[in-house]
Design a protein around this ligand. Structure first.
Ligand code: SF4
Ligand code: SF4
Length: 302
């Protein structure tokens, strides 16, 4: 199923230090509403079946987002909005906003939550937002961003104590998060496959990865092209037919790293996106992988 992260605007009302979306060069970029609508129609024609409104804080433009969600509903597209809950200071304010989103046909609200968010947005807001979703019957979940350090235990407990639906998500050390302290890590020797949903930026540049990969500016490995110049269908096709992208989806980052010569001990010291960056944001290593990809990597086994 084709899905995409839709960056209507990169503007946000707060500045979290762990923000993967932050990009100093495009702090306040925004699409034109008419252009966003035309793109959604084009996406529907290209059989896109899920759109996640993300990037900065989408609900700074709630009236525009409601129109876009409405349009998605008319085309049978599942919608999600990712928000920091700034609009949910009281239960009444929370309910007024969630009701509006539901009336326009939003499928799911995803609430961002972490100890870094809490420096800017009170956790009570997230609670108000989640409880208003429960009350009015709007699907939601809380994305609990964590570096798995002990100081996050209490942050997680708050969600458990209130019976909220949440999902732990590792910090991605890209964007503004590049400069925060990286906790040392030893993972299992796991596959590290990645589904790679594309991301459309307000500039209409489209990337094959909606997380750290859009920041790989040394190689621009994940940049598919510009939607205005190439069209949505062609950019999706490019993402789906690139042999290296398909290896990331199917055999995963660990086997690709092993193939290129990384030892098992080295591999377990990297997070998935870090391993990806080391291999694909290095012009020399990328060239080597591209040369070997179709001949050797296709038939490689350990
Ligand atoms: S993490 Fe979310 S709320 Fe925080 S600055 Fe980034 S977009 Fe805004
Ligand atoms: S592992 Fe690579 S493709 Fe997957 S989210 Fe991270 S940077 Fe993107």
């Amino acid at each position: 199923m084709r899905k995409i992260a839709f960056g209507y605007s990169t503007r946000c009302n707060v500045k979290c230090e762990h923000c993967v979306a932050a990009d100093a060069a495009h702090d306040h970029a925004k699409m034109e509403l008419a252009q966003a609508k035309a793109l959604i129609v084009e996406m529907a024609e290209a059989q896109v079946r899920g759109i996640s409104f993300t990037a900065g804080e989408p609900l700074l433009y709630i009236d525009d987002i409601c129109q876009l969600v409405d349009l998605c509903r008319a085309h049978g597209i599942y919608t999600r909005v990712v928000s920091n809950s700034f609009w949910a200071k009281t239960p009444e304010q929370a309910e007024s906003c969630t009701k509006k989103l539901k009336e326009h046909g939003l499928s799911q609200l995803r609430l961002s939550y972490s100890r870094w968010h809490q420096k800017n947005i009170a956790r009570q807001n997230v609670l108000n937002a989640a409880q208003s979703c429960q009350k009015i019957g709007l699907d939601y979940f809380i994305s609990f961003v964590t570096d798995f350090s002990e100081q996050d235990d209490a942050v997680e407990r708050y969600l458990r104590d209130h019976n909220l639906k949440f999902f732990p998500e590792p910090v991605i050390y890209a964007g503004r998060a590049e400069t925060i302290v990286h906790q040392p890590l030893r993972t299992d020797y796991q596959a590290n496959c990645c589904p790679m949903n594309p991301y459309l930026a307000p500039s209409l540049d489209m990337y094959a990865c909606c997380d750290a990969g859009s920041h790989f500016t040394r190689t621009n490995f994940f940049r598919l092209g510009n939607a205005k110049e190439s069209g949505i269908e062609a950019l999706f096709k490019k993402s789906e037919t690139n042999p290296l992208y398909n290896h990331i989806r199917t055999i995963g980052m660990t086997d690709i790293a092993s193939f290129i010569g990384f030892s098992a001990r080295e591999i377990i010291g990297y997070r998935k996106c870090e391993l990806c960056e080391i291999m694909f944001n290095s012009p020399a290593m990328l060239k080597k992988l591209q040369q070997k990809c179709s001949l050797e990597l296709d038939s490689w086994h350990r």
